[in-house]
Design a protein around this ligand. Structure first.
Ligand code: 4GX
Length: 279
């Protein structure tokens, strides 16, 4: 008889640990938007991803549970106080250490390696490369600022990395943290179905995606490109690659400049440009 080769599901492995996101936020309920819906919601339910919310207000020591204070030097608005944030970060670090200590000590999941990330417009711009790097971490602590921001000394002392979604101002770091969680979680191999990994590959090789079509075959006089109905898989792949090259050329020339095109890719793009200019 054949010996059992039953493959263990990754999450059944004794050494498997969900990736932990600790969100430090005055509005923890906001995180239900990621933890209860869609792909990430399922990953949370299946314990592939853990999202812990820590409210700095729970780490205040005064009667009024004060988390904000006026800025030195004057000016409008309030800042987040250092001490409650500092204690919340320590609590987040402790929760990961508690998880580590019950596991057979593993070299990769070295305790105390949690990265503290502050979401702010001063940060490094989030992109696919950075998302990939973050997805290799066991524990990310996401510091979500409200009011006009946080005391600079906490940033200098406690923050490992500042990350920005882009050059615009949000009214708090929570939405940015949720964007980060969503993008990172869906890159974890246990979260991604093969269907999703294919989509990710498009940014993986630095090109935009090709267009997609579903039924009906004709909608308001607009037909699905015939090649997609041909059943010729080679022709379909070639068309899709050409569309990806062409769309990148039209909409994101910066992406194309960074990319080294093969001989056949250059030819596909040249053909796309010719057709485009003929129209
Ligand atoms: N990409 N914000 C942080 C708090 C704040 C206020 C003033 C410093 C000074 C943002 C972004 C973002 C808004 C998060 C301000 N910090 N986060 N928050 N863009 O705009 O990530």
């Amino acid at each position: 008889m054949k010996t059992s080769t039953k493959k263990l599901k990754l999450t059944e492995d004794d050494n498997f640990q969900p990736m932990l996101f600790s969100a430090i936020s005055l509005f923890p309920e906001m995180f239900n938007a990621v933890s209860e819906y869609g792909v990430v919601g399922r990953a949370v339910k299946n314990e592939i991803v853990n999202i812990d919310c820590i409210n700095p207000r729970d780490f205040t020591k005064d009667r009024h549970r004060t988390v904000d204070d006026r800025p030195y030097g004057g000016g409008p608005g309030m800042l987040m106080k250092v001490e409650p944030l500092q204690r919340a970060i320590q609590a987040a670090k402790k929760s990961q250490q508690a998880r580590d200590s019950v596991l057979s000590s593993d070299s990769d999941s070295s305790p105390g390696s949690a990265k503290v990330i502050y979401l702010s417009p001063q940060g490094k711009k989030l992109d696919h490369q950075l998302v990939k790097e973050l997805s290799t971490q066991q524990h990310l602590i996401l510091l979500c600022g409200r009011y006009e921001g946080i005391d600079q000394r906490l940033i200098d002392q406690q923050v490992d990395m500042e990350i920005s979604l882009g050059d615009f101002v949000l009214s708090g770091g929570e939405l940015a943290a949720m964007v980060l969680i969503d993008a990172v979680a869906r890159l974890l191999p246990e979260v991604l179905g093969h269907s999703v990994s294919a989509i990710e590959d498009s940014f993986e090789d630095g090109l935009l995606d090709h267009p997609h079509y579903t039924r009906p075959e004709s909608y308001e006089g607009l037909d699905v490109p015939p090649v997609l109905l041909s059943g010729d898989h080679q022709a379909i792949e070639k068309w899709r690659l050409q569309q990806r090259l062409g769309r990148s050329w039209l909409k994101r020339p910066d992406l194309l400049e960074k990319k080294k095109l093969s001989e056949s890719e250059q030819q596909l793009l040249a053909e796309f440009k010719k057709d485009y200019k003929a129209k």
